[in-house]
Ligand binder design. Structure first.
Ligand SMILES: C[S@@+](CC[C@H](N)C(=O)[O-])C[C@H]1O[C@@H](n2cnc3c(N)ncnc32)[C@H](O)[C@@H]1O
Length: 588
């Protein structure tokens, strides 16, 4: 029986073979986001999978034509059939034992570079997470689903595990990617063993949901891991169809594809339907999730369960996104609980840590994750003070986005050479400042130390003889005028004029944020944020810096920060304005 090590060797050999075999590349539409050489290897993979599978499984199953085409790729040079057969035998043996390594997922991930998988949001679910979700559904659902629907089925993590729990349900594997869906066929023994009908649907799930899915009768369970595709990676056409599918459950332009999938599924639920999805947790605390949160809050007859993975775990590798499971049960005759829980996670197990049932009274909370993660737990000043939103006291913004910091922020010698009157004090890193106050003397010291401490502040085109004109010409010789931000300015060197804020701070922190009182009136670069007191504010900059750096301030900021993989918290200029702080400074 092949061991995990054997499986790894086969995976490595298969990847190497697909890279050297000579096949005509698949069309780009087959697997969007990939390079031509990757699609050549994917074509070769079709030939390998065709050798692995039992041909009758293709004849028996309702296999889409494009997949049949993928299984017969066009060879530019015929491969050595002995090598191909031997590799196929070894791969078949590995797949038959269903060991800890999903060889097909690993081959796919080995062929397509991580960034190129983002386009379709292709990340495969670890088996123990699949098992946890299946067990959850099995214990919660009052009836057996007639249909288990796997939206974005990939190589079939859920599709293949579901029959063991529901041997009589029909399984629908829907994916837009010919190759991953085609690879499902390489597991013919599983298909034959179970009594289930497995339907391979090569389609855009959002389209399928409003067409074929409507025809399915009886309870439907939508179970899976929808594509994690960020909004920037979605084409305008996909964005438009995603908005249409999610209707009034997603209003904000920033929502990614998984949020749209979630919204489209929730909207389409009939009373007897349910869903269990592995998704990024962002929607549960960002603005673009507010309609979804409100909807879930009002579904009193459905059990809603939100399960959060610990922030430091990487369920979606390389994405820096916190993962969660959203379970929504069928409608019942009586009120159902709204449960929020934390999960414990190890590389081979998932279990429930702490669990809370939240009464669905009043409006939906602004964020669901704080409840699970016990954030914002220290009430400011013991809880006996009147509170206001931070936004009542201050405005916040990112530092200036120059488009070429190394050109616009210069050191002391350069500022001297080019003429000091063209510059204002600047700062690019909090670590350049010692302590919590940036005085003029400290700014002069950091400039002396050679740090970029002066920001170019030109409003008019300089005279030709002015050294600054030569400096601009030098920038142009390096193409700086064609950069993303500079090219849209009327004069590429005319950086947005940002007033120096009262406080400077860093948006990322594992523990405490650092707030610096900006007495030197330095303008920050865009990796720093600035905070400016509103007119009539009852706090001084120093009091606010001290409070926000204290335990109570840190707790208030954490409640509105975004969590990232690895346990760091990031403040966003707008969202942080919702943090609650005392109306007047407490005596610290
Ligand atoms: C996060 S992966 C999950 C794969 C698999 N279900 C698993 O859990 O291992 C998302 C899948 O969605 C697919 N996908 C992306 N956009 C899609 C769309 N519009 N319709 C259907 N599937 C899509 C991708 O090809 C990818 O296989």
């Amino acid at each position: 029986m092949p061991s995990a090590e054997d499986a790894l060797v086969v995976v490595t050999d298969a990847i190497a073979w697909t890279r050297t075999a000579k096949y005509r590349a698949l069309p780009e539409t087959a697997v969007p986001g990939t390079t031509t050489s990757e699609r050549r290897a994917l074509a070769a993979l079709g030939a390998l999978v065709a050798e692995v599978i039992d041909p009758s499984s293709v004849a028996d199953a309702d296999v889409p034509e494009d997949i049949v085409g993928w299984l017969r790729p066009h060879a530019r040079i015929q491969p050595d059939s002995r090598v191909l057969n031997e590799l196929a035998d070894r791969l078949r043996a590995v797949l038959a034992v269903n060991g800890p390594i999903d060889a097909l997922a690993a081959i796919y991930e080995g062929i397509i570079a991580g960034p190129n998988r983002r386009h379709l949001g292709t990340f495969f679910t670890p088996p123990h997470v699949v098992q946890h979700m299946l067990t959850l559904c099995h214990s919660e659902l009052p009836t057996i689903p007639n249909h288990v629907i796997d939206p974005g089925a990939g190589v079939g993590a859920f599709t293949l595990a579901a029959p063991a729990i529901w041997p009589e349900s029909d399984i629908h594997a829907i994916d837009i990617n010919v190759v991953t869906l085609g690879m499902l066929l390489a597991r013919p023994s599983t298909i034959r063993r179970s009594g289930n009908q497995i339907h391979h649907e090569l389609d855009d799930f959002l389209r399928w949901l409003t067409t074929s899915a409507v025809e399915l009768t009886g309870p439907r369970l939508f179970l899976g891991n929808p594509p994690y595709t960020r909004v920037h990676d979605m084409s305008p056409a996909l964005r438009a169809s995603a908005f249409e599918a999610s209707g009034d459950l997603v209003a904000n332009r920033l929502a990614g594809l998984s949020t749209h999938f979630t919204a489209a599924i929730l909207r389409s639920l009939r009373p007897e339907d349910s869903t269990c999805l592995l998704i990024p947790g962002n929607w549960s605390y960002t603005k673009y999730g507010s309609e979804l949160r409100a909807w879930l809050w009002t579904q009193g007859r459905r059990h809603v369960r939100l399960s959060y993975f610990p922030v430091e775990t990487e369920v979606f590798p390389g994405t820096r996104v916190t993962a969660m499971i959203l379970y929504v049960g069928p409608e019942r005759g009586v009120e159902q609980p709204f449960t929020i829980e934390r999960l414990r996670y190890t590389p081979d197990s998932v279990s429930v840590g702490s669990e809370q049932v939240v009464p669905r009274t009043g409006p939906a909370p602004g964020r669901f994750d704080s409840i699970a993660l016990g954030r914002a737990t220290i009430p400011p000043n013991g809880g006996n003070v009147a509170l206001v939103k931070l936004g009542e006291l201050v405005t916040t913004r990112r530092g200036t986005a120059t488009g070429a910091n190394h050109f616009f922020f210069v050191d002391d010698t350069t500022a001297e050479r080019l003429g000091r009157h063209h510059f204002v004090p600047g700062i690019t890193r909090a670590t350049h400042v010692d302590g919590n106050t940036l005085t003029n003397a400290k700014h002069a010291a950091l400039a002396d130390a050679g740090h970029p401490a002066w920001l170019l502040h030109l409003t008019e085109k300089p005279d030709e003889g002015d050294p600054i004109a030569a400096y601009i010409a030098e920038g142009e010789s390096h193409g700086l005028q064609h950069r993303y931000l500079t090219k849209d300015r009327q004069n590429w060197w005319d950086v947005e004029k940002v007033a120096a804020p009262d406080l400077l701070f860093t948006p990322f922190s594992r523990d405490r944020y650092r707030f610096i009182v900006n007495l030197a009136k330095a303008v920050p670069s865009n990796n720093l944020y600035g905070m400016t007191l509103k007119r009539g504010c009852s706090w001084t900059a120093k009091q606010l810096a001290e409070y926000l750096s204290s335990d109570a301030g840190r707790s208030a900021l954490r409640g509105v920060a975004r969590q990232y993989q690895g346990g760091s918290f990031k403040l966003e200029p707008r969202e942080m304005l919702d943090a609650l702080v005392p109306v007047v400074p407490p005596s610290l």
